[in-house]
Design a protein around this ligand. Structure first.
Ligand SMILES: C[S@@+](CC[C@H](N)C(=O)[O-])C[C@H]1O[C@@H](n2cnc3c(N)ncnc32)[C@H](O)[C@@H]1O
Length: 241
């Protein structure tokens, strides 16, 4: 969505900027393969792979996890920059990232949190051990300005986020759609008033997001939401209990 000439709000060392540029390029280069893999899985089944075990978010996303094991599927760069700006604007210190993969969006979150508070951190979550290892390598390469603001919880986030969360000022939902609403419900009691929730691809994956969107759009509920016209849609929700 952002004009290519739009300046980036991100402040980081040249080393980290170069790393981010490289990782985004690697992710974009995989896009044709990601799309082909998803299309052939759907063609084979004649339906969305996540539909098979509709009522079991973990089972329904198992196949997708396997297909995406060597794929970045990173959040687009313009969305990452928006997220960074949002962390600065809200002063968020306690951030949860649902879906970490190789750790690209995590780097933006860590950089922005470090500007808000040296005590802040992003809790990253990744189920696949090999992906978690790659994410750690990238954070190590980024170094101190990033690494010390990240806590990685490996395993199924519906388990790893069940405890050990005090406050959540911002929640990024960059995870397969069957897991989105269960993740929000797992974290909801820790959301601080005014907390922001960001969910990716809410226009292109509107069908998969149906239960989540009706939950956050309930006029009697505590959420206010807005769909931003980034590529495939980006939902920004404010929690006002
Ligand atoms: C879209 S990717 C995240 C991309 C990442 N935010 C970035 O910008 O680089 C979603 C990730 O969620 C992970 N995942 C899927 N199910 C999970 C679960 N139950 N618990 C934790 N992570 C899970 C997948 O392995 C995948 O790497």
């Amino acid at each position: 969505m952002a004009a290519p000439s739009s300046p980036s709000p991100v402040r980081a060392s040249p080393k980290v900027i170069d790393l981010l540029t490289r990782l985004h390029k690697q992710s974009i280069d995989q896009d044709p393969e990601v799309n082909a893999t998803l299309n052939s899985a759907i063609e084979l089944r004649k339906h969305d792979p996540t539909e098979l075990h509709k009522h079991d978010p973990i089972e329904s996303t198992r196949e997708l996890n396997e297909l995406m094991l060597d794929k970045f599927v990173a959040l687009d760069q313009d969305k990452c920059e928006f997220l960074y700006q949002l962390v600065l604007a809200t002063g968020a210190k306690h951030v949860v990232e649902a879906g970490t993969s190789f750790g690209v969006s995590t780097i933006y979150l860590a950089l922005a949190i470090s500007e808000n508070s040296k005590e802040g951190k992003v809790i990253a979550t990744e189920k696949e051990a090999s992906k978690a290892a790659r994410a750690r390598e990238h954070w190590r390469e980024a170094g101190e300005e990033v690494e010390k603001y990240i806590e990685l919880r490996e395993g199924d986030l519906l388990e790893t986020l069940k405890s050990g969360l005090e406050k959540v000022d911002l929640l990024l939902l960059d995870i397969w759609t069957p897991l989105v609403l269960p993740t929000l419900k797992t974290v909801q009691s820790c959301l601080t008033p005014g907390a922001v929730i960001v969910a990716d691809n809410t226009i292109s994956s509107a069908a998969g997001y149906a239960d989540f969107l009706s939950y956050v759009r309930d006029p009697a509920g505590p959420f206010r939401n807005l769909t931003l016209p980034y590529t495939n849609g980006l939902e920004v929700i404010v929690y006002r209990p």
